[in-house]
Design a protein around this ligand. Sequence first.
Ligand SMILES: [Zn+2]
Length: 142
Amino acid sequence: MPEAGSVTRLLPLLTDSNRHFWEGGGENKLNFLHCAACSHYVHPPLPNCPQCMQRDLEVRAVSGQASLLSWTVNHQPWIPGFDPPYVIALVAIKEQPTLRLMTNIVDCKIEKLVDGLQLEVVFENAGEGVFLPLFKPVDGPA
Ligand SMILES: [Zn+2]
C-alpha cells in the first residue's frame, strides 16, 4: 500500500454533498446518504431519494462488507508510482446490492478473484482529507 500522497491519483473535489463519503474513512466509516422515508441508500449523492423522491436524507455508515460483481486487471502504467498490475472492480454493498462502487481490490492475488468474492473495505489515505474506499477479501490475503 502506498503512503499517503505518494501516488498521484486524481482526487475528488470535496463538497458539502459528498464530504461524508470521501472523509468517512478517516473514522473508518463507509458512509452513504440514507433515506429516512424508505431506507434506500443513495449514491452518488443526490438532493432527493431516487426511490421515493423524499428529501429527508441522512448520512449513515454501512458495515463495509461487499461482494465482487465484476473486475478487470489493468496492465498499463497510467499513473506514475501506481504500478500495474492492479484490479479495477465493481462491488455490491452488502446492505443494498444495487448500491455499487467502482474501486480497487487490494491484498488479493489476481487468480483468486471470483464472482461473489466476499470483501471488506479498507481505506487509503489519499491526502487532502480524502480516504479512498478500497476492498480486500474478508478471509485475508489470498
Ligand atoms: Zn426514499
